[in-house]
Design a protein around this ligand. Structure first.
Ligand code: G6P
Length: 486
């Protein structure tokens, strides 16, 4: 972690993401500053801190907009200001068109095989372009040199790399795409496919989670743009410039000081509503139709129906954090999940047994850590997922080397965690059978699998992800400098 900072000390590094690394919200004692959940901030913060760089993000949820004079640019973290957070404020129309519309009703379903139809509205596209251009202005304003290193995050900014390149030709631009990249046929549905690919190829390096997404991306380029592709080193020559297409599976920070909560203490379990002696199946994720929530609820119901010996002996705790509630498909999903959960509890619940605890709320780090440690089985039933960090978080918390991970074949994480029980969440009968097998897995087998998974997650952690990405950026930058000198 320190190494990343040292190597880059003094470099002009700019990170761009839609979400802020610090969320400011108004509370009774004034402005509160919180770190959002997720791996992105822990991965990129050491970089921003180490080099005193700048982080540019959409200023949503920033309650201090009205209360702080110079709200566009503040120093963070609050307790030890070491880098600048530059907020780009969007109008409600821009937020609706760029974020809810084009990014989340267009690109998100386009990139995930969840059979939700992408919606492309011309108006949303125009806002997406405008907002990308506004972020490009912010990058240009924040750049301290003519050759900054700019690290662009995710599908909200596919046009940004080209926009930066046009104005800062010597910048080193790295784009990391956190979600899946679809095959060429699917991607071709997007009316703006050409502009998006052209936009991304403004980057020196384009990073994906797993090899398949890189293959799909290169195939899309091949079909769409006049370019030269080198399949040996995964580079694309286009418009007189070369972009490297790489894979960097994202990860988590290995916990420095794991919580020492007693595992399986009867009181902790009772507090959760778990019957004494019953087993706990845990699932955690955003309330998103890509996460396979209704599918898994159905598998759980099938388990109780087909194998009634589990009634009273097993609970499912589902933490589903509401997400993107302004989008219709998300609201419908939320209602469906509540309805299905109620039906399961009505059918199988008794006075002292509630089979399903469906928590449609955010859970903080400490609560999740305790739940991961209590769970007998953790299930990640995503229909499609770029990586899925819940799987890695569960493994990281299991110092006791116990617990079974059931992981979707369609989550990027399965490639690094083959010791998990892999499932196809569309195949309900197998999903139910896997759940049964997980509940019966002998402790020695749990240890064997968990030990290997822990070795993987410990070594392939978030600092390695950031380190590899920056090392490649440094090589590209050095090569470009040499080429410029002639
Ligand atoms: C995915 C995306 C992230 C995004 C996150 C939460 O993991 O890859 O870019 O931040 O979902 O979604 P939200 O729309 O709440 O930022």
């Amino acid at each position: 972690r320190t190494l990343i900072g040292q190597e880059l000390a003094g470099s002009d590094v700019i990170i761009v993401s839609n979400r802020e690394p610090y969320i400011h919200s108004a509370g009774p004692d004034g402005i509160r500053c919180a770190i959002p959940a997720g791996g992105l901030v822990s991965a990129l913060e050491p970089i921003a801190r180490g080099c005193g760089g700048t982080w540019i993000a959409h200023g949503s949820g920033s309650a201090d907009r009205e209360t702080v004079d110079d709200q566009d640019r503040i120093q963070v973290p609050p307790d030890n200001p070491s880098y600048a957070l530059r907020r780009v404020w969007l109008s409600p129309e821009e937020e609706k068109g760029y974020y809810l519309g084009f990014a989340n009703e267009g690109l998100w379903p386009l990139c995930h095989n969840a059979f939700v139809r992408p919606i492309f509205r011309e108006d949303d596209w125009n806002h997406y372009k405008t907002v990308n251009a506004r972020f490009a202005d912010a990058v240009i304003e924040e750049a301290r040199t003519e050759a900054p290193i700019v690290i662009v995050q995710d599908y909200h900014f596919s046009l940004l790399p080209r926009m930066i390149r046009e104005r800062l030709p010597n910048a080193t631009i790295v784009t990391f795409w956190h979600i899946p990249w679809p095959n060429a046929e699917v991607f071709g549905i997007c009316p703006h496919a050409t502009e998006i690919l052209d936009g991304m190829l403004g980057s020196d390096i384009i990073g994906f989670q797993v090899p398949l997404f890189r293959i799909n991306f290169v195939e899309c380029i091949d079909r769409t743009l006049e370019s030269r592709i080198n399949h040996e080193n995964w580079s694309v020559r286009y418009g007189g410039k070369t972009s490297q297409v790489r894979t960097y599976p994202i990860s988590i920070a290995w916990p420095d000081q794991p919580l020492r909560t007693a595992i399986s203490s009867p009181t902790a379990r009772e507090a959760l509503g778990i019957k004494p002696g019953a087993k706990l199946i845990l699932a955690v994720g955003r309330l998103d139709y890509t996460k396979g929530i209704p599918e898994f609820l159905q598998a759980f119901e099938d388990l109780l129906t087909q194998h009634p010996e589990h009634c009273g002996r097993v609970h499912l705790y589902y933490v589903a954090a509401p997400s993107r509630g302004e989008v219709t498909s998300y609201r419908t999903l939320h209602k469906d999940c509540l309805r299905i959960s109620q039906a399961i509890n009505d059918r199988f619940g008794t006075e002292d047994y509630k089979p399903l605890l469906f928590a449609d709320r955010h859970a903080d780090r400490d609560e999740l850590s305790r739940l991961y440690r209590e769970a007998d089985v953790c299930v990640v039933p995503s229909l499609h997922d770029g990586m899925n960090l819940v799987a890695k978080e569960f493994v990281a918390e299991r110092e006791d080397e116990q617990g079974v991970l059931i992981l979707s074949r369609f989550a990027g994480a399965i490639q690094e965690l083959p010791e998990a029980l892999a499932v196809n969440p569309f195949d309900l009968s197998k999903l139910t059978a896997t759940l049964r097998a997980a509940l019966k897995m002998p402790r020695t087998e749990q240890t064997e699998r968990m030990r290997r998974m822990r070795e993987t997650v410990r070594s392939k952690n978030i600092y390695r992800w950031a380190g590899r990405l920056l090392e490649d950026a440094a090589h590209v930058r050095a090569r470009n400098q040499l080429l410029r000198r002639g």
